[in-house]
Design a protein around this ligand. Sequence first.
Ligand SMILES: [Zn+2]
Ligand SMILES: [Zn+2]
Length: 410
Amino acid sequence: MNTGEKAAQLLKLELCDHCLGRQFAQLGHGLENHTRGKIVREHGEKLEEKHFEERPESKTGGECSICNGIFNQVTDYAEMVQSSLDRYELETFLLGIRPPEELIRKEEEIWEEYGVEHTEPIKTELSRLIGKEVGDLTGLSVEFERPDIMAVIDMREGKDRIELQVNSILFYGRYNKYSRELPQTEWPCSECGGSGCDNCEWTGQQYQGSVQEIIQRPFIQQSKGIDAKFHGAGREDIDVKCFGKRPFVVEIREPLKRKLDLEEIKQEINEDGRVEVFGLKETHHNKPAEIKQLKADKSYRAWIEVEKLEEADLKSLEKLEGVVEQRTPSRVEHRRADKIREREVKEIDWKTEDKLLVIDVQAESGTYIKELISSDNGRTKPSVSGLISQKAECVKLDVTGFHIPGEESE
Ligand SMILES: [Zn+2]
Ligand SMILES: [Zn+2]
């Protein structure tokens, strides 16, 4: 069927200019379908592709057997969306449409009869036109990749419902932890599993707070988000302090406000005294995956109890530098595959303090430090215990440095 024949056939139906023009949507540039419809009406069976270069006066809306005149309601829909976005602070949006089932069915009948060549689905045209009006009404710009908010008008089943999907905002920073009684993430009470009992004073938590909780609280307060997710670049044990500025990302879900006062948030976090944050800045949604994969060398200071401190024996600790073999530690065996990993110890220094041996060690990401000291019954080789031929137990541990390529730790 050529263009003229198709026009002549379609003109026998009762169609609005939108639905008529949409059957020729791939023809002509920079014009809306209702203008195409007007062109089709003017030329009828003599219609040719070149006619779509014309720009006749055209108007939107109209009665129609495909769309039931839905294009008369574009402004109503746009205003509905506008009011649903009202309480959010936004810069970008994307609009989606689920058209009434009946419209889709009628459109498909037309396509079956007259072919799909040159056409565009009604859904695309409707969302483009309503989206444009929403943009004009709100001043927001359309963003396809990752809009601040996605609004979907569900027109099915004779109802008009607006569904909103609010994208998270994410912030990157680095933290220090100054407590030996603070887990990184929330830790449910061991008695009640989090439901609340006398043991946990009905908090559901085993410990008073967490790094996560201290950091995310002011973010949630300021953004009025519903909750947050915390992503750390690894974690230290509860009883380990961190002076190494560990990278983290906090992700705020469904925020009402997106422009936050980070200086104020930083002050609130640091006031707690157990956690200090550095270099807070907004980041992108791939950052959590990036910091999970981060392979950074770390520095530690460890205080070690030994049976007998002999300066002469300590010289052999030099031999810790180089490759160590670590079989999965017995304490994590139940949740990690049992295998031997090779890790590199880059630097080791030692001194004595009171009756303790103190070491400063820089090691490759993934090195088990407590086992590097104790040997874990010979599962780590070499080890501090093995080299000085006596029992050695780490009694206190600090993370003192995080060595991220291309990023200063200050
Ligand atoms: Zn129509
Ligand atoms: Zn409890």
